[in-house]
Design a protein around this ligand. Structure first.
Ligand code: NAI
Length: 253
């Protein structure tokens, strides 16, 4: 079992990729600290973990609140120990040309997607350095590498998340800490589907998008979760500062 006696802390665990990661980690013997702003979603994740035969607790956490983040991480350290952190919480925004993006939209996406990851690293790194062990996986996107049209704010946050990951890896490696990112293409989650829901015929738009992928389909949250689990695990013990693309080949075709 990859995560026997390990505690893995996951943000945005109440849905999509975060929930699938919680289940994947638990199936490999890990104890999951599932956090989210959405209490119902978080509790459903705990249920899903338990149904899979694992163990998890839920803590409400808004990743844009640095003090709250630090407090929940400290609680996790005291009560369960802390071996790994997945900075997964993220939001999208409606398609908008750069010049039409309001400050409100800019601040919201920056706060969740970038500050949230930043605060997570700040909260966990002192513990990981002290125990001279720890693994961080930040959830980027294909937009970490590509500039997506009408998605400038999302793209800038995800590009920054990848470079933050590299900086943390470079800085904390000598203390036994690894930091990596996963960079998914379109994944069938509430966030991923938001894009298609704005189209006249969401199902047709989805089928059309799938044809742009060499694998001729969109991704499933479990496929990203598996990549996250690999990067968290000892099987990736010499992998750090890496952005692992999980996109069904979209970016190479
Ligand atoms: P989702 O919408 O299913 O789940 C996101 C979770 O984050 C939700 O449970 C939500 O309540 C939580 N969240 C939102 N704001 C929060 C905050 N301030 N504090 C704490 N939790 C908060 O989305 P999905 O698709 O599972 O996304 C997870 C990550 O994957 C995000 O970082 C997203 O940008 C990234 N991603 C998703 C892709 C997709 O196509 N679904 C593609 C590439 C990256």
């Amino acid at each position: 079992m990859r995560f026997e006696n390990d505690t893995v802390f996951i943000t945005g665990a109440g849905s999509g990729i975060g929930r699938a990661t919680a289940v994947s980690v638990a199936e490999e013997g890990g104890f999951v600290v599932a956090t989210d702003i959405n209490e119902d979603g978080g509790k459903q994740t705990v249920d899903a973990v338990e149904e899979a035969g694992g163990e998890a607790v839920f803590h409400e956490l808004d990743v844009t609140d640095a003090e709250e983040f630090e407090a929940v991480v400290d609680t996790a350290v005291e009560e369960y120990g802390l071996d790994a952190l997945v900075n997964n919480a993220g939001v999208g925004h409606p398609p908008a040309y750069t010049e039409d993006v309001t400050d409100t939209m800019f601040d919201y996406v920056m706060d969740v997607n970038l500050r949230g990851v930043w605060y997570g690293c700040q909260a966990a790194l002192p513990h990981f350095k002290e125990q001279e062990a720890g693994a961080i996986v930040n959830v980027g996107s294909l937009a970490s590498f590509l500039g997506l049209p009408k998605q400038a704010v999302y793209s800038l946050t995800k590009g920054a998340v990848l470079n933050l990951t590299r900086a943390v890896a470079a800085e904390a490696g000598s203390k036994g800490v690894r930091a990596n990112a996963v960079c998914p293409g379109f994944i069938e989650t509430p966030l991923g589907n938001q894009y298609f829901d704005s189209k006249d015929d969401p199902e047709a738009a989805k089928q059309q998008a799938a044809q742009q992928y060499p694998l001729k389909r969109l991704g499933e949250p479990e496929e990203v979760a598996d990549a996250i689990s690999f990067l968290l695990s000892d099987e990736a013990s010499f992998v750090t500062g890496h952005g692992l693309v999980v996109d069904g080949g979209f970016s190479v075709s």
